[in-house]
Design a protein around this ligand. Structure first.
Ligand SMILES: NC(=O)c1ccc[n+]([C@@H]2O[C@H](COP(=O)([O-])OP(=O)(O)OC[C@H]3O[C@@H](n4cnc5c(N)ncnc54)[C@H](OP(=O)(O)O)[C@@H]3O)[C@@H](O)[C@H]2O)c1
Ligand SMILES: [Zn+2]
Length: 351
């Protein structure tokens, strides 16, 4: 089968290679999926450029957001899955510890991500545990199905589960044109909150305005200044920040008294320089919210299947065009998601 392997750290054109490898066989509790679509996340960039937690082994195959058809099942897996259209919850956990018992898979000490700790979906076939399967709602096309799991489940965790955002409250969503950011923006708007969003260009502003009450172009004004102007000096109840060290201080300074900053990422770096007085003197909180649990994923899927949340697809590419997708994501030229479709028709077009 064809598979996109990262063979070294570096620029996409040098670091990613489409190779021909054996079609893998599922273990007893696993299934094999014929991949119809797989979406890129910032995690794919980190796998290629070298994340501090990366195991530095090559080749590696990323691709956490997988949708496809089950084409083989392991000896202990339910044969009913055969030929069914599925979406994959990308987290794998032990199933036995106190956190798994509480349904909090991402708290498990053995938690692994398909596409980070295990070979991902950037290939014609992928092996996943049967437990990770969710039937694909018929209303979803393959691209939308693949664009849903990681970003929307993470954003749900940030805004709904951890942030507990309420309709009468206000929120500031950073990077609102990106994967997690756009999902968080849509969810906050859906809850009825007053929503401010940051982004960095006129084109992105135009798209993001569909869900935001006010869009802040932070290339023109620091986002804390803009928020304080827009809220008459009060600040917002919640900031969703996945950007990290570049934005932390301004995000904290955008909060109202007693407000909370919910975080899931550190795209610009993990070591912020902040004034801790700006946290405690204002009764503010900073709360971690990485990807949600399996139930969060189901909640998101039910809203996406009814088009109440709509993953934005920037472009659809072939496996061979994956370097273009990486580059665009890294250059911040993407609005929403890049989706890869591994199968080509006779004219070399993905289908
Ligand atoms: N912990 C978890 O479970 C989890 C799950 C999902 C994602 N994440 C993390 O969340 C972050 C976002 O992921 P994603 O997939 O949504 O990424 P993405 O699609 O690439 O979006 C990132 C957005 O951040 C904005 N941004 C602002 N400052 C930036 C900077 N200095 N460098 C790069 N982008 C900047 C960009 O928009 P503008 O240019 O308009 O500002 C861009 O749209 C990543 O750090 C990722 O690892 C964590
Ligand atoms: Zn566990």
């Amino acid at each position: 089968m064809r598979a996109a392997h990262i063979t070294q750290y570096g620029d996409p054109a040098e670091a990613i290679e489409v190779v021909d490898v054996e079609i893998p066989e599922p273990g007893p509790n696993e299934v094999r999926i014929r991949v119809e679509a797989v979406a890129l996340n910032h995690l794919d960039i980190f796998a290629r450029v070298g994340h501090p937690e990366d195991d530095r082994s090559f080749p590696k195959r990323s691709g956490c957001d997988i949708a496809g058809v089950v084409d083989a099942v392991g000896t202990a897996a339910d044969a009913e899955w055969l030929d069914r259209d599925v979406i994959v919850y990308p987290g794998v956990s032990c199933g036995e510890c106190e956190y798994c018992m509480a349904g909090e898979q991402t708290m498990c000490h053995e938690y692994e991500i398909i596409g980070e700790d295990r070979p991902g979906g950037l290939a014609e076939y992928v092996i996943v545990p049967e437990w990770c399967l969710e039937a694909k709602p018929d209303t979803l096309d393959w691209e939308t199905a693949a664009a849903t799991p990681v970003t929307f489940t993470t954003a749900w965790r940030m805004i709904v589960v951890t942030g507990e955002l309420r309709p009468a409250e206000s929120a500031l969503i950073l990077g609102a044109s990106g994967g997690v950011g756009n999902a968080a923006l849509q969810i906050a708007e859906r809850l009825g909150a007053t929503v401010y969003a940051t982004t960095s260009s006129e084109e992105k502003t135009a798209v993001v305005s569909e869900w935001a009450d006010e869009v802040i172009d932070y290339t023109e004004i620091p986002h804390d200044d803009a928020v304080m102007e827009l809220t008459d000096g009060r600040g917002v109840d919640l900031v969703a920040d996945h950007v990290g060290q570049e934005t932390w201080q301004d995000s904290i300074d955008s909060l109202a008294m007693g407000g909370q900053m919910v975080i899931c990422g550190a795209t610009s770096g993990p070591v912020p320089k902040i004034d801790i007085r700006s946290v405690y003197q204002h009764h503010r909180q900073i709360r971690g919210a990485p990807m949600g649990n399996r139930q969060d994923f189901r909640d998101v899927l039910s809203l996406v299947s009814r088009e109440e949340l709509v993953p934005q697809i920037d472009r659809v590419l072939t496996l061979e065009q994956i370097a273009e997708g990486h580059q665009a994501l890294e250059n911040r030229e993407v609005i929403g998601k890049v989706v890869i479709r591994p199968y080509l028709n006779s004219e070399g077009i993905p289908f």
